[in-house]
Design a protein around this ligand. Structure first.
Ligand SMILES: NC(=O)C1=CN([C@@H]2O[C@H](COP(=O)(O)OP(=O)(O)OC[C@H]3O[C@@H](n4cnc5c(N)ncnc54)[C@H](O)[C@@H]3O)[C@@H](O)[C@H]2O)C=CC1
Ligand SMILES: O=C(O)C(=O)COP(=O)(O)O
Length: 528
């Protein structure tokens, strides 16, 4: 497989991919047409914050399976577009958390003690001792906006250095805040009022964009602001002005609305705003951590294993995956059989899980049923885009769980219908990877789903099966296996044939012309 890396990541990640036999190409700083050319044959793309992964980039990469973000923030990746293209987006949410937290703490101290300013002057030969009277963090209040992984680590560290911590995060519980000795406040205003130091740790979202503007900064009077989260959350001109006018004592900023090099940012012109070029994640340990984690996500995606940090695909842990794995292919097959037997326009897909499988997290299995149903209709479908494609086509998807699995340990039934008619196909998995279709529309069968199949509904009368065999034989089509299921004796029967070749339209017409045959259908499971 081809892995394209467009932002620098640690060798440990690149080596892991190469050792697994993949071609890894690095193309740092490519953009525009060059990026579109570079992704053309990529199966995986690895980025940090430097590459914009747009709809255009995704459209230029028809073989792309996964975008790996070697870090946390994914605001540079169009996840909805990736989902539409069936491309997994996975980040590495753990590796750089401590690095970002430590940088935030370092920046808080650096602004509170004017370290960069004093450093510059001393290097210029000036002993400016009298100009700097700093602020201690001890006995001050830290306001943390966004109490996720990084926010919590910052709270822990600065809490241990004598600060009281208040936090504003509408999506966490009071208990969570208490675990870190932080007081959860209801409004951003309460946080701003209380804080001497404000530190931002939210993602950049439509909700957080420009969340801190002139009014908010005014409430922090005489305080300090630290932003090592994302540019765009704080209004840069408002912050520059608040610091320049002495409303705030200082600000420490690692991230900018425009990167790299925020040439037009007024923050660069204000002495008491100290800046670093998006260095929060730049430690050796963090870079090894995110690079190896990203490589692992990519290897998992290539192997059809669960991508644990996938942001747009159902994901389960290894233990659950090993239990549901046998049912993923089976359920896709049941979906493929059902949709080929169904004559109407598919309006609903119902997947029923019976027996042991009903105890599991089956989101991935349902996605595979949808893949089976939808792929013959719309082309490339996978666990990432299956639900979205179903939604776009107005197909209602339901999951039912029951402990009634007849004599089977687990039985999965995929039903496709249009509100009036429907087709049901049930499958099970016997020991040793032995997949079977065991019910079609309630008829008991025992069919090995494979290659070309013929499903016939016919009168349960002497000679019908012989007739079908003769017609196939005359056409030179070998029957590899045959399974007959019937309702009542002399009533209707359903038989399933595994064929070595595809039956021609003529063969199907000959069979369907016989009055004892209600209908025959060719099912293709090539690749299954
Ligand atoms: N400067 C750098 O190099 C680095 C920057 N980051 C950035 O730091 C930020 C935090 O990362 P994590 O802690 O891992 O993310 P996280 O997802 O663990 O935490 C984010 C928190 O923000 C909260 N939040 C979301 N919307 C909010 C709102 N409107 N108001 C208040 N809180 C809100 C969420 O509930 C969540 O608890 C991200 O923007 C990430 O990209 C992370 C690592 C390095
Ligand atoms: O992980 C994040 O969110 C970061 O901001 C780190 O960005 P980077 O990987 O250094 O471009």
């Amino acid at each position: 497989m081809n892995v394209l890396v467009t932002d620098p990541i640690a060798d440990a990640g690149l080596d892991r991919l190469r050792e697994a036999g993949h071609d890894v190409e690095t193309a740092y700083d490519v953009e525009g047409e060059a990026l579109l050319d570079a992704v053309a044959d990529a199966n995986a793309l690895i980025v940090r914050s430097g590459t914009e992964v747009t709809e255009e980039v995704l459209a230029a990469a028809p073989d792309l399976v996964i975008v790996g973000r070697a870090g946390i923030g994914v605001d540079n990746i169009d996840i909805d577009a990736a989902t539409d293209h069936g491309v997994i987006v996975a980040n590495a949410p753990e590796g750089n958390v401590r690095a970002a937290a430590e940088h935030s703490v370092a920046m808080a101290f650096a602004t509170a003690r004017s370290i960069p300013q004093a450093h510059d002057r001393l290097k210029d030969g000036e002993w400016a001792k009298g100009d700097y009277l700093g602020t201690e963090v001890n006995n001050k209040t830290l306001g943390v906006v966004g109490f996720g992984r990084v926010g919590q680590e910052v709270a822990k560290r600065l809490g241990n250095l004598g600060m009281d911590v208040v936090t504003f995060d509408p999506y966490i519980s009071e208990e969570r805040a208490e675990q870190f000795n932080a007081e959860l406040v209801e409004d951003l205003d309460d946080c701003l009022e209380a804080a001497d130091f404000l530190t931002i740790h939210t993602p950049l979202t439509p909700e957080t964009e420009d969340m801190i503007g002139e009014e908010e900064l005014a409430q922090l009077e005489d305080g300090y602001v630290v932003n090592c989260a994302r540019g765009g959350i704080i209004d840069e001109p408002a912050l520059a002005e608040a610091v320049a006018d002495g409303i705030l004592k200082g600000a420490a900023i690692d991230v900018f609305a425009e990167e790299p090099l925020p040439e037009d940012s007024p923050l660069l012109d204000v002495d008491d705003v100290i800046v670093t070029p998006h260095l929060g994640a730049s430690t050796e340990a963090a870079q090894v951590g995110v690079a190896t984690s990203t490589a692992d996500q990519i290897l998992a995606a290539f192997e059809d294993e669960p991508v644990v940090n996938a942001l747009n695909a159902p994901s389960v842990d290894e233990a659950v995956f090993s239990r549901i794995r046998p049912y993923i292919g089976l359920t896709e097959t049941a979906g493929k059989v059902a949709v080929q037997l169904f004559d109407g326009r598919v309006e609903n897909v119902d997947v029923t899980y019976a027996g042991d499988i009903a105890e599991e997290d089956v989101e991935l299995v349902t996605a595979s049923a949808l893949k089976g149903v939808l792929e013959p209709l719309v082309g490339s479908v996978n666990g990432v885009n299956a639900q979205g494609i179903a939604e776009n086509r107005g197909i209602e998807v339901t999951e039912t769980k029951t402990n009634q699995a007849e004599d089977f340990q687990s039985l999965i039934t995929v039903e496709v219908g249009d509100g009036e008619d429907s087709v049901q196909v049930s499958g099970t998995q016997f020991a040793g990877d032995d997949e079977r279709i065991v019910r079609i529309d309630g008829y008991r069968v025992d069919a090995i789903p494979h290659g070309h199949m013929l499903v016939a509904r016919n009168e349960d009368a002497p000679g019908v099966i012989g007739f079908i065999g003769t017609v196939l034989g005359e056409a030179g089509i070998n029957i590899a296996g045959m399974f007959n299921g019937r309702g009542t004796i002399g009533g209707e029967a359903l038989s399933v044939y595994n064929l070595d070749e595809e039956p021609t339209d003529d063969v199907l017409a000959r069979l369907n012309d016989d009055e004892r045959i209600i209908e025959t259908k060719h099912i293709s499971l090539n690749g299954a």
